[in-house]
Write a protein that binds this ligand. Structure first.
Ligand code: NDP
Length: 259
């Protein structure tokens, strides 16, 4: 039997990139999957792929920074599919700037989506996990949850906050059949990284190809990670084999960050 048969998963930011890959990986392990984000058309494409894999899927338009939206999203998953006992907090935004050029809006925007959104979602699903005595929360953080780098103060602060949330909730629910972990990828080949490449190119006058090489060079493997790799690790953390892994921030970057 498929590892996650009978499980219901909620993946935020599931319309594209890493979130879509995670939704499909969980569906291929047997889970029914709800995906949430702001762009309805992208969500529908993911749900079509989930259904094509033979699982039930639900697309829910939701801004994770808006608490009433989050509560309504969880209520809708419950009605459409059942209680989501797997939550993947993947919705995220990134922007880079020198600290002195980081606006209040950039700071607040990244903190609200990357950290507060995950808090809202986790708080909304945890009671059902506690009742079921089983749950998996996976937060898609970043290597920026473990280290700083120039021009990413707001992003790094938001991802450090997300890892802090991960560790604290993991400790709180450790005896209750629930695990809470973070995956911490280096640069992944998605639209978010395309935007970083374009930004480097426009700021430095380099070609996009050269800009991409810079990002590839952050990994000692000289490459971008793939969304499928992040999805495989996330699916593993949902499995029973991973039940002892709790409160961790698992780095997936080819070996640059070793903590
Ligand atoms: P994408 O930009 O491709 O996808 C981001 C997803 O998040 C989209 O579905 C987007 O949908 C959704 N999202 C953004 N803001 C909100 C919001 N307020 N409410 C609900 N959904 C939202 O990025 P990636 O797939 O690359 O990134 C996914 C996660 O992985 C992020 O948390 C990111 O920080 C993290 N990560 C990415 C890395 C990379 O190199 N790409 C490296 C390390 C971590 P919509 O805009 O329609 O709302």
């Amino acid at each position: 039997m498929a590892e996650l048969a009978g499980r219901i998963a909620l993946v935020t930011g599931g319309g594209r990139g890493i979130g879509r890959a995670v939704a499909l990986a969980l569906a291929s392990e047997g889970a029914d999957v709800a995906v949430a984000a702001r762009s309805a058309d992208e969500l529908e494409e993911t749900v079509s792929a989930v259904r094509a894999a033979g699982r039930r899927g639900e697309a829910i338009v939701c801004d994770v920074t808006h608490r009433p939206n989050v509560d309504a999203m969880v209520a809708r998953v419950r009605t459409a599919l059942g209680d989501p006992l797997i939550l993947v907090n993947n919705a995220g935004v990134a922007a880079s700037a020198k600290l002195t050029d980081t606006t209040d809006e950039m700071w607040d925007g990244m903190l609200r989506v990357n950290a507060t959104g995950a808090f809202y979602c986790t708080r909304a699903v945890l009671p059902a996990m506690l009742q079921a005595k089983w749950g998996r929360v996976i937060n898609v953080a970043s290597i920026a949850a473990k280290m700083g780098a120039p021009y990413i103060a707001a992003y790094a602060a938001s991802k450090h906050a997300l890892l802090g949330l991960t560790r604290a909730v993991a400790a709180e629910v450790a005896a209750r059949g629930i695990t809470v972990n973070a995956v911490c990828p280096g640069y992944v080949d998605t639209e978010m990284t395309d935007a970083s490449t374009a930004n480097i190119a426009s700021r430095t006058g380099r070609s996009e190809q050269d800009a991409r090489k810079i990002l590839e060079g952050f990994s000692p493997q000289g490459r971008l990670m793939t969304a499928a790799e992040v999805a495989t690790l996330t699916a593993f953390l949902c499995s029973d084999a991973a039940r002892g892994v709790n409160g961790q921030g698992l780095v997936l970057d080819g070996g640059a960050v070793q903590s």
